[in-house]
Design a protein around this ligand. Structure first.
Ligand code: BMA
Length: 332
């Protein structure tokens, strides 16, 4: 490995498939995709845009499960190998982290969760409803059994709240993407900072739409990976075509100490919807990454991404390969 992963962990049992000999892309798909089907639970309409982390030598996660009434909820799940998942049939019922927050932090709905281990616990951020308007919900768990809900991070309307895995300059750092109440025809990535995970400020603009594939809006994806080149961040970008929105994803590298400074940003998408399970489903043409596993020893990366708002796919790359590609195809 020429690029070093900082503060990472070895995950020797993470899912992996070697790059097929005839593949000339930077990211390649698992040939068992979709690894989580829409109907894994008897009540599920779809399971997608979900977050996975290493947990006690195995894997745990928070999954977006829409039921057949089309309620959007978060469910905990566990796996031995990161491929085969036992997802709880009942949704996560958050306990209130602080009594004083009881009135404001009612569960509204939950979608597009991210999970980030910081210091001693797994933080969960998701798109939560406050008065049926989307904003960033925040909670935590130690064991994926009991979950505690904190204050929402921001005012509506906001989506794609993604935490950095450590404090930077003594502050928690989170991406978000201010939006509207609908399918939002705009969107830039911002960073906000907090001394305590409750009060968020010192907002910084990171980047907005640039190239054709992301010309409508962009949003943060999985938890950033710290490397000696900077923060490696996968993010989604949206193009509007005559058939509606098309969600692809790519990567950028941000400054380690001032992560709102973009060092490199790939001009091309790295994955776009082209497989049948990415193009056909409840929302056609969506590849939406929410989590990675990264083995600090080998630099292998497994990317969990939602496919067509219906099921979960898995794709692979390496830190060396993606950093090299982003640097050599940087549009800034
Ligand atoms: C976004 C979110 C995502 C979804 C995407 C495409 O606004 O709702 O959950 O994957 O739209 O429908």
């Amino acid at each position: 490995m020429s690029v070093k992963v900082i503060n990472g962990q070895a995950i020797p049992n993470m899912p992996w498939q070697d790059k097929p000999a005839d593949c000339n892309e930077v990211i390649w798909r698992d040939n068992r995709n979709p690894i989580i089907p829409r109907n894994l639970l008897p009540t599920s309409n779809s399971i997608f845009n979900s977050a996975v982390v290493p947990f006690e030598g195995k894997f745990a996660g928070v999954f977006r499960v829409d039921d057949k009434e089309r309620n959007m909820a978060l469910h905990a799940g566990f796996s031995e190998d990161g491929i085969h998942w036992n997802i709880n049939p009942t949704r996560i019922m958050f306990e209130q982290a602080e009594k004083s927050t009881e009135e404001v932090n009612q569960w509204g709905y939950g979608y597009d969760p991210r999970v980030c281990f910081i210091e001693d616990r797994y933080w969960v951020t998701w798109c939560n409803a406050y008065g049926w308007k989307p904003t960033i919900g925040v909670g935590y768990t130690y064991d994926f059994k009991t979950f505690y809900q904190c204050e929402n991070a921001f005012l509506p309307f906001n989506r794609n709240g993604v935490l950095f895995p450590r404090k930077i300059d003594g502050k928690y750092v989170m991406f978000s993407r201010p939006s509207d109440s609908g399918h939002t025809p705009f969107g830039d990535m911002y960073i906000s900072q907090s001394p305590d995970m409750k009060y968020w400020g010192e907002h910084r603009h990171v980047m907005g739409p640039l190239k054709g594939w992301e010309s409508k809006k962009i949003g943060a994806g999985p938890i950033p990976i710290e490397t000696d080149e900077g923060w490696l961040c996968f993010y989604h970008g949206v193009l509007e075509s005559c058939n509606g929105f098309v969600y692809s994803f790519s990567a950028c590298i941000l400054d380690k100490e001032q992560p709102w400074k973009v060092k490199y940003r790939c001009g091309e998408y790295l994955i776009n919807p082209r497989e049948i399970y990415e193009c056909v489903g409840d929302v056609q043409n969506v590849t939406f990454p929410c989590a990675t596993l990264c083995d600090a020893e080998t630099g292998r990366i497994a990317i969990y991404y939602g496919c067509a708002d219906t099921c979960v796919g898995l794709a692979y790359t390496t830190v060396d390969a993606v950093v090299d590609y982003v640097k050599s195809h940087s549009s800034i």
